[in-house]
Design a protein around this ligand. Structure first.
Ligand code: MF3
Ligand code: CO
Length: 261
């Protein structure tokens, strides 16, 4: 499948969608503290998406016969991604929580995620957060026109494994634009020089999912929540990135609400 190239109009719209996704994500981060539930984060995210005139791309998202029931994905500790917010899920000091916000705005999708510590966490978890965040930066930096998709994958994997962690194999990053998932797939593991050539005008969701333990995952019986098979904590950071002749540009940067509205 060929990778969609966005024109000026598409890029302008991607900027808007991504700015909204980033603004919402940014406002969720400081809400994270011991005692709140993942449903509290969901409701704050839901309301803020609506306030900015956008729609959640997660709500009602269809996978097989199931529809995702919430506006955000909130994944705690061993939950890698696609955790369903719940009133029963209370955050405790020492937890980590991945916030994943994907919005539709005027026909385009912005996708981003960030993992946040709940109060004080162990040094090992602090390192997991730092290494995963840095692996995203390295992945973004590898998204240069003329490189290949595998260069992103290799940059992430090499750094993560050098730090003693593992990259999830079952879930991958992806192109994003007029739908949440477009070609190409962007694995967080792979060989330098492999995969499609990166050209200007691609919009790529780069999203390392990194486990403290082994890379294997399983899906919970709710049909959505992906957890680590060994129960170890997992972190997740994601940006939507535009490829340009001048280098990769992160589109998921928050903007003052007044400018988005
Ligand atoms: N960022 C996630 C992804 O790219 C969002 C999934 S929304 C859900 O897969 F509906 F599938 F949960
Ligand atoms: Co994504």
């Amino acid at each position: 499948m060929t990778i969609p190239i966005k024109n000026r109009e598409g890029i302008a719209r991607m900027r808007e969608a991504c700015a909204i996704a980033a603004t919402v994500l940014d406002q969720l981060k400081p809400l994270v503290r011991p005692g709140i539930t993942t449903q509290d984060l969901e409701e704050a995210g839901r309301d803020h998406i609506a306030r900015l005139g956008a729609r959640s791309a997660c709500y009602g998202y269809q996978h097989g016969s199931r529809r995702y029931p919430a506006h955000t994905c909130i994944s705690v500790n061993d939950e890698v991604v696609h955790g369903i917010p719940s009133l029963r899920r209370v955050l405790h000091e020492g937890d980590i929580v991945s916030l994943d916000v994907v919005v539709w705005y005027e026909g385009y999708v912005g996708d981003n995620a960030y993992s946040v510590p709940v109060g004080a966490v162990t040094p090992a978890i602090e390192k997991l957060l730092r290494v995963t965040r840095e692996s995203l930066e390295l992945g973004v930096r590898a998204a240069q026109v003329g490189n290949r998709i595998g260069d992103i994958s290799a940059a992430v994997q090499t750094y993560v494994e050098a730090n003693g962690f593992s990259v999830v194999r079952d879930m991958v990053g992806h192109g994003v634009g007029v739908s949440m998932h477009e070609p190409p797939e962007i694995p967080n593991f792979g060989r330098k020089g492999s995969g499609d050539r990166i050209r200007p005008g691609m919009t790529l969701a780069i999203e390392p999912m990194v486990n403290l333990g082994a890379y294997k995952t399983k899906t919970l019986s709710d049909g959505w929540t992906i957890v680590t098979a060994d129960g170890s904590p997992s972190a997740h950071f994601e940006h939507t990135v535009l490829t340009t002749e001048q280098g990769p540009e992160i589109l998921t940067v928050p903007r003052a609400a007044a400018r988005v509205a």
